[in-house]
Design a protein around this ligand. Structure first.
Ligand code: CAA
Length: 244
């Protein structure tokens, strides 16, 4: 059971983030699901969540937008106990052809967003001596991936971010961990070329892709009071594809 309070899930209205939002609502949290692009998914989320959650629209790669958005959530819903930094994008392509914006957009949305969100939430968690921060990394930040120099760099950066913030936060009752999923059935992987995806699935020992729910269950445990002794950890969920 989670300590009742507000849980923020960035990218929380679709894909892995939506399953995390659902799981956190089911375990008693009031969920603020942050989104930026897809209005329809946000409307569906609001309908499904009812009084258990609400979608908020702001750009997590923008420092000032995060400050405003987090203040609005605190005003409307209350104190934040759980932060899940899940929002992420891909702009796959080989480095020698990669446009500059595809580097910056991926680094800012996937990695800088963690700084932006934590910068405004961690000080209040420190005052209250309690917090759970879970970052969503990727197998490709652990092992690298052809065509993902930008994404792998951002996700690897999140691992270092997690470890450093865990050390700074340990004495204040705040745990910080990272879950690194492998290839999961979401819109993101469905956009890959079928032949590339097939070749990757052949490298997964359990011989299938993962399901969003299988990531959400791990996040739910890390977000609970039971997980107080786990901090600074990198938890892989990749069907055995990469044994870090
Ligand atoms: N290793 C070595 N060489 C490879 C290779 C690999 N894994 N894949 C392709 N190549 C070679 C190709 O054979 C080709 O060589 P030739 O020019 O000699 O024929 C060359 O590299 C160029 O390959 P492509 O034709 O595929 O290049 P492209 O520009 O059409 O496509 C790409 C590039 C879009 C990056 C494509 O390779 C790709 O989709 N790669 C997979 C990226 C990936 O895994 N993305 C994951 C998205 S989901 C996600 O990120 C979620 C998560 O966290 C797991």
């Amino acid at each position: 059971m989670a300590k009742n309070g507000v849980a923020i899930v960035t990218g929380g209205t679709r894909g892995i983030g939506l399953e995390i939002s659902r799981e956190l609502m089911d375990t008693g949290n009031l969920v603020a699901a942050i989104y930026f692009g897809n209005n329809e998914a946000a409307i569906c989320f609001d309908e499904e969540a009812g009084k258990r959650g609400k979608a908020y629209k702001f750009d997590v790669s923008n420092f000032n937008a995060c400050e405003r958005g987090i203040a609005e959530i605190e005003n409307e819903l209350g104190e934040i106990n759980v932060l899940v930094n899940n929002a992420g994008i891909t702009r796959d392509g080989l480095l020698h052809k990669m446009p500059e914006e595809n580097w910056h957009n991926v680094i800012e949305t996937n990695l800088t967003s963690c700084y932006n969100m934590c910068r405004f939430i961690v000080p209040k968690m420190r005052e209250r001596n309690y917090g759970r921060i879970i970052n969503i990394g990727s197998i490709n930040g652990q092992k690298g991936q052809f065509g993902q120099v930008n994404y792998a760099a951002a996700k690897a950066g999140m691992i270092g971010f997690t470890k450093a913030l865990a050390l700074e936060s340990a004495a204040k009752g705040i745990t910080v961990n990272i879950v690194c999923p492998g290839y999961i059935e979401t819109d993101m992987t469905s956009q890959m070329k079928p032949e590339v995806l097939d070749s990757i699935i052949r490298q997964i020992p359990v011989a299938r892709m993962g399901k969003p729910r299988e990531v959400a269950d791990i996040v739910s445990f890390l977000a609970s009071e039971k997980a107080a002794f786990i901090t600074g950890s990198t938890i892989s969920a990749n069907g055995g594809q990469y044994l870090a």
